[in-house]
Design a protein around this ligand. Structure first.
Ligand code: NDP
Ligand code: OXD
Length: 308
């Protein structure tokens, strides 16, 4: 029984050492080196190799190195192959930091002040108390919930929306398509933390923007595929939206000359909201491997039906 790691090389070398120490009986191969293909039971990757089943005919589990699994084409994976996403603490920590940074920057008009500075303009804007700023998170999973909890001490008026809602203390919960318009109507700063699935692709579109209060702001930390780019440009031009902070785009990177690069009301970062930390990521993977070897359920198993 062996494991193949196929992803970022630096992390691979760190994981190789951790595995040698913690699971010395499990051979750890770093792609393209795979050892005996027939003995590979675990594949840990961002994108799997082509012809996965021919490459590794006896695979037991496919692990994503990241929290998302939309990079997998489920139709090409064996139907009964468990797919497990990464749930390590470092991902939540990074996301919470990024979302807090973006919310505070929008709340305190940092992007407006930056542009004023470039024009040598010393002008104060009206200050809005946090209690009057309505922040809403779409997607209340591992990351969305943590972001809301972290934002609570600032005193924002908080709400969340997901398929099934949530019961976080002091946070208004909205569930399902019927309650989406009401959630949007009360949201000045919208954070997208949904997984990208057939249902959520393109969700950040003209209709959704139209449900937000005029002058709302968007933070997309989900996936580029959630956003209709033309609709965003239109919403920014009309003033329906005042600013967008985008950590993800489609494609990544954006093509040269794409209007987002130089847009005065778009702030772009190169998919860095959070990354899997080498140490805690290895630990989380090892705990899951041990669970699997004991015949117990693993943490982060993806529902192949819903796609997340
Ligand atoms: P989870 O699977 O834990 O949570 C997903 C949430 O989205 C759940 O609350 C779920 O609802 C909700 N949801 C899914 N589909 C729908 C739908 N059709 N309608 C309404 N709600 C829906 O995911 P995570 O919190 O771990 O991660 C979310 C995403 O964040 C990842 O998939 C990835 O795309 C992105 N990400 C981005 C990173 C970055 O650096 N930019 C880093 C890490 C992740 P319910 O609870 O009812 O099932
Ligand atoms: C992830 C990501 O899914 O980095 O972990 O986006």
């Amino acid at each position: 029984v062996s494991l193949v790691y196929k992803s970022e090389a630096t992390r691979g070398e760190i994981w190789r050492e951790i595995f040698a120490r913690e699971m010395p009986d499990l051979p750890f191969h770093v792609w393209p080196e795979v050892g005996d293909r027939a003995s590979v039971r675990y594949l840990v990757c961002w994108v799997p190799p082509e012809n996965l089943t021919e490459q590794f005919p006896n695979l037991d589990v496919l692990f994503s190195v990241g929290a998302g699994v939309d990079q997998f084409d489920f139709s090409t994976l064996p139907a009964d192959l468990p797919v497990v996403r990464m749930t390590e603490e470092g991902i939540a920590e990074g996301m919470v930091q990024y979302a807090t940074m973006a919310v505070l920057a929008l709340h305190r008009d940092l992007f407006v002040y930056q542009s004023q500075q470039r024009k040598e303009a010393w002008r104060t804007l009206p200050h809005m108390p946090a209690g009057q700023r309505r922040v809403g998170v779409m997607g209340l999973g591992m990351l969305g919930k943590r972001v809301l909890e972290q934002l609570r001490p600032f005193g924002f008026d908080l709400a969340g929306w997901s398929r099934s809602g949530c019961d976080l203390d002091g946070i208004d919960s909205y569930a399902g398509a019927e309650q989406l318009p009401a959630f949007l109507a009360r949201t000045d700063i919208l954070i997208c933390l949904l997984p990208l699935t057939e249902e959520t692709r393109g969700v950040l579109d003209r209709d959704l923007f139209a449900c937000l209060p005029v002058g709302a702001a968007l933070i997309n930390v989900g996936r580029g595929g959630h956003l209709n780019q033309d609709n965003l440009l239109h919403a920014l031009a009309s003033g329906q939206l005042r600013h967008a902070v985008l950590d993800v785009c489609d494609p990544e990177p954006l093509t040269q000359g794409h209007p987002f690069w130089s847009h005065p009301h778009i702030t772009l970062t190169p998919h860095i909201a959070s990354v899997t930390h080498a140490q805690t990521g290895a630990q989380t993977l090892i705990e899951n491997l041990r669970r699997h070897q004991r015949g117990e359920g693993m943490v982060g198993v993806v529902n192949r039906q819903s796609g997340y």
